[in-house]
Design a protein around this ligand. Structure first.
Ligand SMILES: [Zn+2]
Length: 253
């Protein structure tokens, strides 16, 4: 089995207006991905019933970072329409804040058959704080979500995709079963220590979308070169400056 885990963030309604954020996509892109996956005979995996290795089925899994309110308002109806389940990574301290899902939005997600995971307590860069604070971010977020929503929280995704060996170990030590990164690529199963994911961004073309699903070797190499370029640029100009530069360039298109 191969599993292509896709990452989404926010959604916008094209009828209301174009959102300039690189990671915010229209609901039509989500719909297109679900249709393309089905057409290419990918199995849309339910995160509740984690697949096991051993067969040759190609699968796609949908994950949603940050717990944004548009996930509930815009993405949920699309998932319900196609009867597809998703995994939503929630930041407990941001529940109910402007732009984020409320307690009842998340309860609604769970009642609709979706799964929640933790995206840390406060969405800090866990590699830039002390190990003790990072451990609290990882451990307390799991406990709070489990108590607030009365579900098991087995999955964790790193804020900003930033992690190291120590943080991965902490995640497993405190009881997570699945640790999601933002490193691009396809997983042979979910029984790997660091699950790779592929971010879906705004203005992704239809042809790129299809190659994103299948990821032929040349395409994968291209992504690795691009990610290395992003890594170097972030090192040189800093994360914040990189994000505003990227958004400005994309808006100017
Ligand atoms: Zn995030």
């Amino acid at each position: 089995m191969t599993i292509n885990v896709l990452t989404f963030h926010g959604f916008y309604d094209p009828l209301i207006g174009i959102n300039g954020d690189h990671d915010c996509i229209p609901s039509s892109t989500l719909e297109k991905i679900i249709k393309a996956s089905t057409k290419a005979h990918f199995l849309l995996v339910d995160p509740m019933s984690m697949p096991r290795s051993g067969d040759t089925q190609k699968s796609v899994m949908l994950t949603f970072d940050d717990g944004l309110e548009s996930c509930h308002r815009i993405a949920l109806p699309v998932l319900s329409k196609y009867d597809v389940s998703g995994l939503f990574f929630i930041i407990p301290q941001k529940i109910g804040m402007t732009g984020y899902m409320s307690q009842s939005d998340i309860e609604d997600l769970i009642a609709s058959g979706h799964t929640i995971g933790s995206h840390s307590l406060n969405h800090l860069d866990l590699t830039s704080i002390s190990t003790a604070i990072a451990k609290t971010e990882i451990q307390a977020s799991k406990k709070i979500l489990e108590e607030r929503f009365n579900v098991a929280v087995d999955s964790f995704s790193f804020p900003f995709g930033k992690y190291n060996k120590t943080l991965v170990k902490i995640c497993y030590d405190v009881g997570y079963k699945y640790v999601y990164t933002s490193v691009c690529g396809i997983n042979k199963s979910l029984e790997v220590q660091r699950i790779k994911r592929n971010n879906i961004y705004n203005n992704i073309s239809d042809s790129t979308l299809l190659r994103y699903l299948d990821q032929p070797l040349g395409f994968r190499l291209g992504i690795q070169v691009r990610d290395f370029g992003v890594y170097i640029t972030k090192k040189l100009v800093g994360d914040h400056c990189y994000r505003s530069l990227r958004n400005r360039i994309l808006r100017g298109r």
